[in-house]
Design a protein around this ligand. Structure first.
Ligand code: BTN
Length: 263
């Protein structure tokens, strides 16, 4: 399978059946001066996730890393990660998946409060604990000078055709949700949505809000300054989560982990 075949993308495509990490390769290309390139792989052997975690990338995924050089200040860099989440969720929706975004950039499928998982998963999570299953994750890496972005590598990992047995706990795939996936159409849509959003950065946060699962939910966010617990009330440019604490005070969180609490 070569995803590059017939892809009408606004990026040059470098396609691999298997690679250690598309982000690693994209960074190498970026450091060599490349731009407007997307590295796509069917499987990865050493993929990386956020917060120094590894990322399972068995065959059947859509794993891609974009190299872009936007002429923007570093403070706007998170908009590209949000744009990637919106693009991924929209591409998944086109395939029939009820995709939403969990702040800051996980693409998830809501599971409701009874925490049912994928049908063939025999592990049933405790009631109210799993309220979504993860479809895709995004890892953005950046190089900048002074306050301007030099390059961005936006890495997107989507469980596309991965079967339910191949998925880690708490994860789902396009195939597990719908029974089928058109990978070429998925990548095509993802890239064109991302391309349109990066050209209109003011549209990113409103588009993100429309797909957000987090807003209106109770959240617990680990921050360097301690834990913030309350209701997620909004996301502001460039991706700051606004939380209303139980004591009524409003706190803004710029990045980090966000977990749902039991009601
Ligand atoms: C997360 O932790 O949720 C982010 C996961 C990002 C994984 C993708 S797969 C394509 C790209 N290459 C990598 O090594 N990581 C990202």
């Amino acid at each position: 399978l070569s995803l590059s075949l017939g892809l009408d993308a606004p990026f040059a495509v470098e396609s691999h059946d298997s690679i250690d990490s598309t982000n690693r390769r994209a960074r190498e290309l970026a450091e060599d001066g490349a731009e407007e390139v997307v590295v796509v792989a069917d499987a990865q052997t050493g993929a990386r996730g956020r917060l120094d975690r590894s990322w399972e990338a068995p065959p059947g995924g859509v794993y891609l890393s974009l190299v872009v050089r936007p002429d923007v200040p570093i403070r706007d860099a998170p908009l590209f990660t949000l744009a990637a989440a919106v693009a991924t969720a929209r591409a998944a929706r086109e395939q029939g998946v009820d995709a939403h975004i969990k702040w800051p950039n996980d693409v998830v499928v809501p599971r409701g409060t009874t925490a049912s998982r994928t049908e063939s998963d025999d592990v049933v999570a405790p009631r109210d604990e799993t309220r979504y299953a993860k479809l895709a994750g995004i890892l953005t890496e950046m190089q900048g000078e002074a306050d301007r972005v030099g390059w961005l590598v936006v890495g997107i990992g989507v469980n596309a055709e991965v079967t339910a047995e191949g998925l880690p706990d708490g994860a789902t795939s396009v195939r597990a949700e719908t029974g089928a996936v058109d990978r070429r159409a998925f990548v095509q849509r993802l890239l064109s949505e991302f391309d349109a959003l990066r050209a209109d950065l003011d549209a990113v946060v409103p588009a993100w809000r429309e797909l957000a699962l987090t807003l209106g939910q109770r959240v617990r966010v680990e921050t360097p300054g301690g834990e913030v617990v309350g209701e997620a009330v909004d996301v502001e440019r460039p991706g700051t989560l606004v939380v209303r604490r139980d004591d009524g005070e409003t706190v803004r969180v710029s990045a980090g982990d966000c977990e749902h609490l039991r009601p």
